[in-house]
Design a protein around this ligand. Structure first.
Ligand SMILES: NC(=O)c1ccc[n+]([C@@H]2O[C@H](COP(=O)([O-])OP(=O)(O)OC[C@H]3O[C@@H](n4cnc5c(N)ncnc54)[C@H](OP(=O)(O)O)[C@@H]3O)[C@@H](O)[C@H]2O)c1
Length: 325
């Protein structure tokens, strides 16, 4: 298929683009951020400019590429920026999504739109959200992403709306989320880390997401999907898993705190629970997301193996790391 990707320079694009190329799709990657236009090496796609807020640029890109499928990743993803810049966030996340959906309709292309577990208010008694639960976003980011979903549904028949959880991936250059923040504190030599225990969710490992996504777009089973790793946890649980995999649980103290601890740095309201079940993938036999604990272990081994503490009890330099190589 001819595939046009928007926002492809980000965390998710880092995994999705090579997966699409590896599956023999003809991929054109665009973004507003052109600071590293060849992240997949000299034989990979080169990122070209497309600001999805500009209707004429979208029209030009569709006319040039004539895609069978548009994968719309471009978004403003900072909750704090969204709350402080409401109009700008509606333009980027909601209205630009309408532009992309309308262009896809005009060119008879299917569309993938990536949404978020942040469309829910987190108050469901069972704490676990499936695709048949009613969204009720609490902040501007969640609201603009949910309204983007409605734009796609309204204007385009052949679409996949995929909700992701807490994104894990991107490696050294693109990870700007929780895992990268914890690793940076470890690199900075911190011996005490603080992590929130009163908010629940499901980490979403981008390579698992890419694998599951490829199966989904081949299926032509259009519709709404949750695509998060298996299991549930808090940021504290994720931090504990990181320390465990790195072999640092004995050296670094991990302190569980409430969200109030970080209220100044992260003032946006976040739902109590963003735990998602991939019910539609499961029921249609397409769920290839692994438990998040396994995914985090693989991520650290693949991208941050230099941080893994070697087994001091082993007799030679050639000994494996604590968790194996
Ligand atoms: N990160 C998460 O935890 C998470 C969770 C659930 C769903 N999602 C959704 O997944 C999708 C991919 O997110 P991600 O994690 O890869 O985020 P990301 O790393 O922030 O990537 C988004 C990319 O879109 C670009 N962008 C922003 N405004 C744009 C515009 N007007 N035109 C074109 N490109 C623009 C960004 O550039 P700049 O960096 O220069 O702004 C960035 O390169 C988004 O739709 C997001 O809402 C993310």
């Amino acid at each position: 298929m001819k595939v046009l990707v928007t926002g492809g320079a980000g965390m998710l694009g880092r995994s999705l683009v090579p997966a699409l190329v590896g599956a023999d799709h003809d991929v054109t990657v665009t973004d507003i951020d052109l600071s590293a236009p060849t992240p997949w090496g000299p034989s990979g796609p080169v990122i070209t400019e497309l600001d999805v807020r500009e209707r004429s640029s979208i029209a030009d890109a569709f006319a040039d590429v004539r895609p069978d499928l548009v994968v719309h990743l471009a978004a403003g993803t900072s909750l704090e920026f969204a709350d402080a810049n409401e109009d700008a966030t509606y333009l980027t996340n909601t209205i630009a999504t309408k532009y992309v959906a309308l262009a896809a309709r005009k060119h008879d292309a299917a569309m993938v739109y990536i949404s978020t577990a942040g469309v829910f208010d987190g108050t469901k008694p069972s704490e676990v959200y499936n695709e048949y639960d009613q969204p009720n976003p609490l902040n501007v980011y969640g609201r603009t992403k949910y309204l983007g979903e409605l734009m796609v549904k309204e204007f385009l028949e052949r679409h996949y709306i995929i909700r992701a959880g807490w994104m894990v991936g991107g490696g050294r250059s693109k990870d700007h989320k929780f895992v990268a923040q914890i690793l940076q504190q470890i690199r900075d030599g911190k011996t005490t880390l603080y992590a929130v225990g009163d908010k629940l969710g499901t980490p979403t490992y981008t390579p698992d997401f890419a694998r599951t996504f490829l199966g989904l777009i081949d299926s032509e089973l259009y519709g709404l999907y949750h695509m998060a790793c298996g299991g549930r946890g808090s940021r504290f649980d994720v931090a504990a898993r990181i320390l465990d995999v790195l072999g640092m649980s004995d050296q670094i103290e991990l302190v569980e705190v409430t969200s109030d601890h970080f209220a100044e740095e992260f003032p946006s309201v976040r739902p109590y629970s963003e735990i998602m079940r991939n019910m539609n993938l499961e029921l249609q036999g397409m769920n290839h997301m692994r438990p998040w604990e396994v995914a985090i272990e693989e991520y650290l081994h693949n991208e941050f193996s230099d941080l893994i503490v070697k087994d001091r009890s082993a007799p030679t330099d050639a000994s494996p790391s604590l968790m194996g190589a």
